[in-house]
Design a protein around this ligand. Structure first.
Ligand code: HEM
Length: 267
């Protein structure tokens, strides 16, 4: 937000300019630092999703900063080794990267395939559920848009988008069991996401210099279910299970015709 002329031009940040331009005037108007505003808006944002986390919100970051160098943010076309190494530099283990990727349950792409903006990563992009962790393990069959793009791999459902990085981290021996564990344990997914986001939110800061203002973050509505489902039209035979230690859980499929996923409307 402070260096948008520089950082939003980095390839890995493609598309971030939109939200940056929408949020900056609010931060300036209310005299809130950019770092605090981004953390506050993110915590309020995910609290709106059914079954979502209630993220801690610490305030007091200063606006004195420097632009980040390029090539520090992972790309979806990066190999898992590169993603894990880069996230490791910032103090996150491979399993913590999985915990952070629960965010992709409420996410959509605009720029990897610009011909289909708003194409979500799971079939329930407004619910903070574990569908993302099931659907990334389904066998890929189609490209939802104009064919294969850099960072994209085959998706299992019409209207759903699959990032190469999500596909690979779901199947990597280091992370496959953490990935699979969330399918039957919504609470664990949310609790681990809250914990790892608390860590992310204070990177580069001494948390003791910040003030806990978490009480201003709304309490999200409860999750409908603890266990994810197979999308209608899929069976357990379509799952590419990758956790060697634990068999893939027996989950039921939604009834009805094969699932097609609608795009997320523009804000
Ligand atoms: C591990 C490496 C990661 C990679 C390679 C990655 C990659 C991507 C890509 C390519 C998109 C689509 C962007 C677009 O086309 O507009 C995306 C969307 C998104 N990602 Fe990630 N991501 C990663 C980690 C994370 C983390 C750690 C978070 C947050 C904790 C996150 C949250 C999101 C959200 C919320 C969106 C959706 C934005 C929207 O709907 O407008 N991602 N990610």
């Amino acid at each position: 937000m402070a260096f948008s002329q520089i950082e939003t031009n980095f390839h890995a940040n493609d598309g971030v300019d939109e939200i940056v331009e929408e949020q900056r005037p609010f931060a300036l108007k209310h005299g809130v630092s950019f770092g605090d505003f981004i953390q506050f808006a993110g915590a309020v944002g995910v609290s709106n999703c059914a079954g979502g986390p209630r993220l801690q919100f610490l305030a007091g970051r200063s606006n004195i900063s420097r632009p980040a160098p390029d090539l520090t943010v992972p790309e979806p076309s990066d190999a898992t080794n590169k993603i894990f190494a880069r996230m490791g530099d910032a103090g996150f283990s491979p399993n913590e990267v999985v915990d952070l990727l629960a965010s992709h349950t409420v996410a959509a792409q605009d720029r990897v395939d610009p011909s289909i903006p708003g194409t979500p990563f799971d079939s329930t992009p407004s619910s903070f559920d574990a569908q993302f962790f099931v659907e990334t393990l389904l066998r890929g069959q189609i490209f939802p848009g104009n064919g294969s793009n850099v960072g994209e791999v085959l998706s299992p459902l019409h209207g759903e988008f699959r990032l190469q990085s999500d596909f690979e981290i779901a199947r990597d021996a280091r992370t496959a069991c953490e990935w699979q564990s969330f399918i039957t344990n919504h609470n664990s997914m949310v609790t681990k996401f809250e914990a790892v986001m608390s860590k992310l939110a204070v990177l580069g800061h001494n948390p003791r210099t910040l003030v806990d203002c978490s009480e201003v973050i709304p309490v999200p509505s409860k999750a409908k279910t603890q266990v994810a489902k197979l999308p209608a039209g899929k069976t357990l035979r379509d799952i590419e299970a990758a956790c060697r230690a634990t068999p893939f859980p027996v989950i039921s499929a939604d009834p009805g015709p094969a699932t097609t996923v609608a795009p997320v409307p523009p804000s």
